[in-house]
Ligand binder design. Structure first.
Ligand code: BMA
Length: 324
């Protein structure tokens, strides 16, 4: 069986955020986007509200906002910052934050009556969000690179092609770029699920990439599925396990993988990760490279709480560039 890489240290006081920190109705507090903006850490987290703890009867999803001076202790704002539903849009969730040229961009998964769309929005105050683009279905797990590359905005994304892939999950990580964050093209396959030795189901972008002299360093999630698995969490059946991997992309041609760790970066091991709404789930959504070389990785655990792990950037680079 697999285990987490030795370079990873989990925060001793995990979870870093959970429903107890939230001053309004909150249940499952997870899958957050995190960045540094105007001298503070900022987090937008997903809050799935249930009628009763332990039962999968959902009342709704909103996105909450929290600020921090150290990335460890978070102060949640009094109200959710975003909730979207109308005749077409059912909800938005799994935010990822990227600051580009001083503005904060938010990628969102958007469930609609006609499929899941990947949204790109921008905000300057975390209360007004302008939607810049919505993909065609089905696509989600979008993450923006923090600067233009060859003059163009760039993103990783995860379409869900079903018809052409045998009607089952076999989903990969893709790249596209854009002159204006509205029109996206130059679509390129980055990493196929078959390249991840511990995944037999699907992979997807995790947190927005961080720049290093050796390339764009980025975490992704990877899923293994076993149809023999039964009740593992609140639902009658949960057959998947979500773990995290790490790869390095070329600085100029970011659809090219320079290197990838052939082993998981993080494997579900702690009580938060092993037991929750959905057991055995690690879903990274935020990665911050500090000046000291420490990398903070924020991840949803068990689809129930938000956790933090750290590693040194040099160790992460070594994992990606180790000889095959
Ligand atoms: C994915 C997404 C994530 C979730 C994960 C594990 O398909 O829905 O939001 O964390 O499943 O349930």
């Amino acid at each position: 069986m697999w285990k987490s890489s030795a370079v990873i240290t989990r925060y001793a006081k995990n979870p870093v955020l959970s429903k107890e920190h939230v001053p309004y109705p909150a249940s499952l507090v997870f899958n957050a986007g995190v960045t540094k903006y105007q001298g503070r850490y900022v987090m937008i987290f997903r809050n799935d509200v249930v009628e009763e703890w332990g039962k999968p009867k959902f009342l709704g999803t909103n996105l909450g906002l929290a600020f921090s001076d150290d990335g460890l202790n978070w102060e949640v704002q009094p109200e959710p910052c975003l909730e979207m539903h109308d005749e077409e849009i059912l909800r938005v969730y799994d935010p990822r934050l990227t600051v580009i040229d001083g503005r904060c961009y938010v990628c969102l998964a958007v469930d609609t009556r006609h499929g899941v769309r990947g949204g790109v929005a921008v905000t300057d105050d975390f209360s007004h969000f302008e939607i810049l683009s919505l993909s065609v279905p089905d696509n989600r797990n979008m993450v923006l690179f923090p600067e233009r590359i060859n003059g163009l905005y760039a993103r990783l994304e995860r379409p869900f092609p079903v018809y052409s892939r045998g009607g089952r999950d076999r989903f990969d990580i893709w790249f596209s770029d854009s002159p204006d964050l509205r029109y996206w093209g130059n679509c390129q396959l980055v990493l196929g699920v078959e390249h991840v030795p511990w995944s037999n189901d699907k992979i997807g972008p995790g947190a927005p990439p961080v720049k290093t002299p050796k390339g764009w360093l980025t975490v992704f999630h990877a899923v293994d599925r076993d149809n023999q698995r039964g009740k593992r969490g609140w639902e009658e059946r949960w057959q998947k396990r979500y773990s995290a991997g790490i790869m390095l992309l070329d600085l100029e041609r970011p659809w090219e993988v320079v290197g990838m760790s052939k082993e998981p970066l993080m494997w579900p091991e702690t009580p938060e990760e092993k037991e929750g709404f959905r057991n055995d789930t690690i879903f990274p959504g935020g990665m911050i490279l500090e000046e000291s070389g420490e990398v903070k990785i924020y991840y949803g655990a068990g689809d129930a709480v938000e956790c933090l792990a750290t590693a040194h950037v040099d160790d992460l680079l070594k994992l990606c560039t180790a000889p095959k």
